[in-house]
Design a protein around this ligand. Structure first.
Ligand code: RP5
Length: 174
């Protein structure tokens, strides 16, 4: 019998210094009850570990890999080169124009080796988690239902904010 607690998503990051900047990815997965594992490995400092991880991920039961790195951020691309699993890239914020270096080196993959790159920052990391949930939901009706509820709550939240703003402004406007 398959282990229902076995991780379905692998979160890998280039350094432990990345974790505080991307932990919203894990929070998103937890919201949906998706099991994940978290590892530090570097495309440049430990290339053999990355190769090993990516080439064995599918056989271990992972369905999606999320890879976060900053600067010369090649981790997601290298992981994608070694697996047929979908890979989501998180560009980690840096001091270089907020992480433009990370963004470009994650997103600008050559044709044939896709990396679904999210935005830089907390929202991007959260979206990486949500995208992984959406991928898993293609084959999981329970997750599809949770995603529909999530969308409905978003609608309600924004409607409440709109109503609050209307009340505060009291019909101001031109
Ligand atoms: C990248 O280098 C890591 O993903 C991290 O964003 C950056 C700096 O790593 P540390 O020097 O903090 O370990 O590979």
């Amino acid at each position: 019998m398959p282990d229902s607690n076995a991780p379905l998503v692998g979160i890998v990051m280039g350094s432990d210094s990345d974790w505080p900047k991307i932990r919203s990815v894990a929070a998103a997965l937890e919201e949906f009850g998706v099991a994940y594992e978290t590892r530090v490995m570097s495309a440049h400092r430990t290339p053999e570990v990355v190769r090993q991880y990516a080439t064995t991920a599918a056989a271990r039961g992972l369905k999606v890999i999320i890879a976060a790195a900053g600067g010369a951020a090649h981790l997601a691309g290298v992981v994608a080169s070694h697996t047929t699993l979908p890979v989501v890239g998180i560009p980690v914020p840096t001091d270089v124009q907020g992480g433009l270096d990370s963004l470009l080196s994650t997103v600008q993959m050559p044709g044939d080796v896709p990396v679904a790159t999210v935005g830089v920052g907390t929202g991007g990391a959260r979206n990486a988690g949500l995208l992984a949930v959406e991928i898993l939901a293609l084959a999981d009706g329970r997750l599809q239902e949770k995603l529909s509820e999530f969308k409905q709550k978003l609608t309600e939240k924004v409607a409440a904010k709109d109503a609050a703003l209307q009340a505060k402004l009291g019909g101001e406007g031109m």
